[in-house]
Design a protein around this ligand. Structure first.
Ligand code: SIN
Length: 494
């Protein structure tokens, strides 16, 4: 591993929104107690900015604002809502560099990855702007089978929505929730992760400039997530929660949502298998596995958590993959040429490191990486493990870091059985040049998404989400809009 040492930390990027304030009801306000959270750069551990730490009172003020704006927003013609989303798309693209610099500074991913996230995130606004205009034309009207009366079916917004986003994609995860919510006619309260709130605040600023009415997008930044979210969810006026994060927190939110029978969308943990068959194009498979493993520093719920190699190509694949991992240039993501930035914080480094230490202690072979470098920044090197014993924690836990766990198999059935040996079912990847095998295996894997001969499946136009304990409902695609709508049936006697 080559580790870049920066002589001077990259300058703090411009914020582009008022510091220490958050937008509630169209006004940028401080926390009611004046307390703030310091946001730091994981590459340098230096503070970048302060944001308010919202209290329960602030959270409820955001909910009041969303509820007051709900009827007028739902009644706003779909074309007008679509135009605001389209202007938001353009506003993000116009400020691509500003967004990317902020994402890198608060989250750590490299600038090229941050730019890719800006395009991905902006893409949700474009996609849902395109869908919003057609929204009220969809539905059914016809005679019921007995011929006695008419059935009309239409869609309506589910109501004010609470959106809770993680730190790994500070723009895209908010965009994937706000854009369909607004397209459907729902107002929102967005609670970004405490570690990476800056990008969401810049997004709110851009949306304001795009003409979003007061109260439609409210953002609360807080280090009392449990208290503030709990208070909002206890209020029966909130009708939707969309959460991206761990399965453990998702379960707790589902329990809370049950109280008021809220509509829920959960995008939870993953344990993605990546299977390479003997007949795969090896260049394509190695490159795909590098993307599926190292995108976002491995801090993604769709990251390849288990790499299964058929015995005929296992040695060759492992050697080529390990060489690429070892040659990956690690450093401050703002530096040109860096391919892997720091992890988001010290806790994340400790958790990734614990999985590697446990596996090695139990007998796994470490092919590269595994050693944390001294110095500032939350770095963890690209690491490859093989011969992983059955009792190693890494077999069942989500790694969320640049650590590849490699296993081998002989038959297709064995690969499928191994891939499905998890309570999760988010992403999966299959590499083979045999089309029948590709489709057969993709069908047999219990996962919401399968990439065939590609290590990246995320796309605003596609339904993102998981089965089993990886979540409920989908984001993006046409399904992403359904998640913010309810079905209304009217029986008509003429
Ligand atoms: C995630 O890791 O939570 C989302 C990844 C993606 O949208 O590609």
């Amino acid at each position: 591993m080559e580790h870049t040492t920066t002589t001077a930390p990259a300058p703090t990027p411009a914020l582009g929104f008022p510091e220490k304030l958050m937008p509630i009801g169209g006004v940028w306000v401080p926390s009611s107690t004046g307390t703030t959270i310091t946001v730091s750069n994981p590459a340098t551990e230096q503070p970048i900015a302060e944001v308010p730490s919202a209290t329960v009172q602030d959270g409820l003020a955001a909910l009041d604002a969303a509820c007051s704006a709900q009827d007028a927003w739902a009644a706003t013609p779909a074309r007008e809502r679509a135009d605001i989303l389209a202007r938001t798309y353009q506003g993000i693209i116009d400020r691509r560099d500003e967004f990317a610099a902020l994402i890198t500074a608060e989250m750590g991913k490299t600038l090229p990855e941050a730019q890719a996230e800006v395009d991905y995130g902006a893409g949700f606004f474009r996609w849902f702007a395109e869908s919003a205009g057609r929204l009220h034309l969809e539905g059914q009207y016809g005679l019921e089978p007995g011929g006695n009366y008419r059935i009309a079916v239409s869609k309506r917004p589910v109501g004010p929505a609470l959106l809770i986003t993680p730190w790994n994609f500070p723009l895209a995860m908010g965009a994937r929730k706000i854009a369909p919510a607004l397209a459907a006619g729902c107002t929102t309260v967005l609670k970004p992760a405490e570690l990476t709130p800056l990008t969401s605040l810049l997004l709110a600023q851009v949306m304001e400039e795009a003409g979003v009415p007061a109260g439609v997008v409210n953002v609360i930044t807080t280090n009392d997530s449990r208290g503030v979210v709990g208070a909002i969810m206890a209020d029966p006026r909130i009708r939707k929660i969309s959460f991206t994060g761990s399965t453990q927190v998702g379960r707790a939110l589902l329990r809370q949502a049950a109280e008021n029978v809220m509509n829920t969308s959960m995008e939870l943990g993953g344990n993605a298998p990546l299977i390479v068959f003997d007949d795969a194009d090896l260049d394509q498979a190695v490159d795909g596995a590098i993307v599926a493993k190292l995108r976002n520093g491995g801090q993604s719920c769709v990251g390849a958590n288990r790499i299964y190699l058929q015995s005929g190509i296992a040695e060759q694949f492992t050697q080529r993959f390990t060489e690429k991992m070892a040659a990956t240039r690690v450093g401050d993501g703002a530096e040109p040429g860096v391919e892997l930035g720091p992890l988001v914080d010290a806790k994340q480094v400790a958790s990734v490191s614990a999985l590697v230490t446990d596996a090695v202690a139990k007998g796994a072979t470490l092919l590269t990486g595994g050693t944390i470098q001294e110095g500032a920044g939350y770095y963890y090197p690209p690491t490859v493990l093989t011969n992983i014993p059955a009792d190693a924690d890494i077999r069942t836990e989500e790694i969320f870091g640049p650590v590849a766990a490699i296993y081998t198999f002989d038959t297709e059935d064995e690969a499928i059985t191994e891939a499905n040996d998890t309570p999760y079912g988010l992403a999966s990847y299959v590499f083979t040049q045999n089309l029948s095998r590709a489709l057969r295996v993709a069908d047999a894997i219990e996962a919401g998404m399968t990439g065939i001969n590609r290590g990246l499946v995320s796309n605003p136009a596609a339904p993102f989400g998981g089965t089993n304990q990886s979540g409920l409902h989908r984001e993006g695609g046409t399904e992403g809009l359904d998640a913010y709508q309810e079905t209304k049936y009217t029986g008509i006697q003429l």
